[in-house]
Design a binder for this molecule. Structure first.
Ligand code: UDX
Length: 454
């Protein structure tokens, strides 16, 4: 790789999907590859564009998507993603060809490959047309990928939608998942969602699939997927633990909560966050507020601005709530979540079970209360509570009495302590996986060899 006496870098082009839960793992992957000697160019949508100042070593190029935002405003994120693919399919080739030209004659020894989020599937065709290898990044768990295939098949066989009486029935061959754990989305109609996941699941000419997961966590699901596809699979997670620490938050992190955490006793705080896209109504906000207050546990609660329908932020919190909690509760718009989960004061996480949050929690040995809302979150919640047994699932509607009880079960009762012990063992397993000789470390080396061979 020497050119005119200088070390010649190879460039990897990344195409993340424009959502926080997808941007984070893609940029973490970029950091991992960068620290292994690759140059990184990120082609990103104009919606939710990442802040380049957080990654000064990367080049950022906006995609010429010019997507209208009516789907986003209407909460139709699935329709938005389909539209984005259609628009980029027409215009990405020219944009990327320009970049290829620009690279010629530079110190960079050409583009090695394009790594694209599975929901930015237009990239595969462009890569093929330009004779560039491509690799898929799937940011959700391997087990939840299998639920998508199951949903597509069950729909084709006429079992979807299913009657309420079937909601607890097991999904064939996917124990312990039930029909209610299938990945229905609240961000679009079923047919639109099926269209997106079918397109996102296809592998035409891509050379490999990267998963942000860990072999010891999802061994049997990964083996099933490997049986179904011809290309190698690289489970190289948890990527946030391997990448050099840097934030790719789209919202500003309120770091003052760390000073508040410093004042709390060890493992006493329940951290509450429903991620980057979930919405609540005011009734649920009020029930959550009283449930947390009545549990008498200290809590750190993320309420994303605009995430409560009909409210700007927390102005509709019930009267008397703030006086009741005093210093016991702390509410932020957005938290430095990884630092929060790593803080010694945090002893539990009430989460929607997005895959990043799930991995971040397990990596710190923090047991969870699972309140899934959409898509892959139900399968993640089921695995957390029934396979890895490091969490409790809150299956009812958000109701103050239920919240109070489940918080106390996790934070105070013996069953919570048992989960903490299992969480500690899982955390140690994660650490072994990313060390020299561990499975994620080995898969990462294989991935790098493959990219170097392109
Ligand atoms: C979405 C889907 O909801 C999820 O099911 C899918 O697996 C990924 O995309 P999202 O709601 O963004 O996920 O949740 P999650 O996957 O957990 O990602 C959220 C990210 O935002 C995490 O990396 C988390 O650390 C970060 N975050 C969240 C913060 O940095 N601060 C916060 O206050 C809340």
């Amino acid at each position: 790789m020497e050119k005119q006496g200088k070390r010649c870098l190879r460039r990897v082009v990344l195409v993340p999907a424009p959502f926080q839960g997808h941007i984070n793992p893609m940029l973490q992957l970029g950091s991992i590859l960068h620290s292994n000697g690759f140059s990184i160019t990120v082609f990103h949508a104009q919606y939710n564009s990442p802040d380049p100042s957080n990654h000064p070593d990367f080049s950022f190029i906006p995609l010429p998507d010019s997507s209208s935002d009516h789907n986003i405003l209407a909460g139709e994120l699935i329709a938005f993603a389909l539209e984005l693919n259609a628009k980029c399919k027409a215009r990405f080739p020219e944009c990327l060809a320009d970049e290829v030209m620009r690279q010629q004659g530079s110190d960079i020894n050409g583009i090695a490959c394009i790594i694209y989020d599975e929901f930015m599937y237009f990239s595969e065709e462009t890569a093929k047309d330009l004779n560039l290898p491509s690799v898929i990044l799937r940011t959700a768990s391997a087990s939840s990928f299998l639920t998508r295939t199951a949903l597509i098949n069950l729909k084709a066989e006429g079992h979807i939608p299913f009657p309420e009486s079937r909601s607890q029935d097991p999904v064939p061959e996917l124990y312990p998942l039930r029909f209610k754990d299938l990945p229905f989305s609240v961000f679009g109609k079923l047919d639109t969602f099926l269209q997106l996941i079918s397109k996102g699941s296809k592998i035409e000419t891509s050379s490999a699939i990267i998963y942000n997961t860990i072999d010891c966590l999802e061994n049997s699901s990964l083996a099933k997927i490997q049986q179904q596809c011809q290309v190698p699979i690289f489970p190289i997670g948890p990527m946030h633990r391997i990448a050099l620490a840097s934030s790719s938050s789209l919202l500003e992190e309120d770091t003052n909560c760390l000073a508040w955490l410093d004042k709390q006793s060890c493992k006493s705080v329940i951290y509450v966050s429903l991620g980057s896209v979930v919405f609540m109504d005011v009734k649920e906000l009020v029930e959550m507020a009283w449930g947390l207050a009545n549990s008498k546990q200290p809590f750190l609660w993320v309420v994303r601005p605009g995430s409560i329908r009909g409210a700007k932020w927390i102005e509709l919190l019930p009267e008397g709530f703030k006086e009741d909690i005093g210093e016991r509760g702390y509410i932020v718009k957005w938290a430095p979540q990884k630092e929060v989960l790593a803080h010694s004061a945090v002893g539990g996480f009430l989460s929607h079970c997005g895959w990043n949050s799930t991995l971040e929690s397990i990596s710190e040995g923090i047991p969870m209360i699972c309140k899934p809302c959409s898509g892959d979150q139900s399968a993640n919640a089921r695995y957390v509570s029934h396979v890895w047994r490091v969490g409790l699932e809150l299956e009812s509607e958000l109701e103050r009495g239920e919240i109070e009880r489940v918080v106390r079960r996790l934070m105070v009762d013996e069953e919570g302590k048992e989960m903490q012990k299992r969480g500690k063992i899982l955390k140690e397993k994660f650490e072994l996986c990313i060390r020299e000789g561990g499975s994620s470390n080995n898969f990462l080396k294989q991935l790098i060899d493959m990219i170097m061979s392109f």
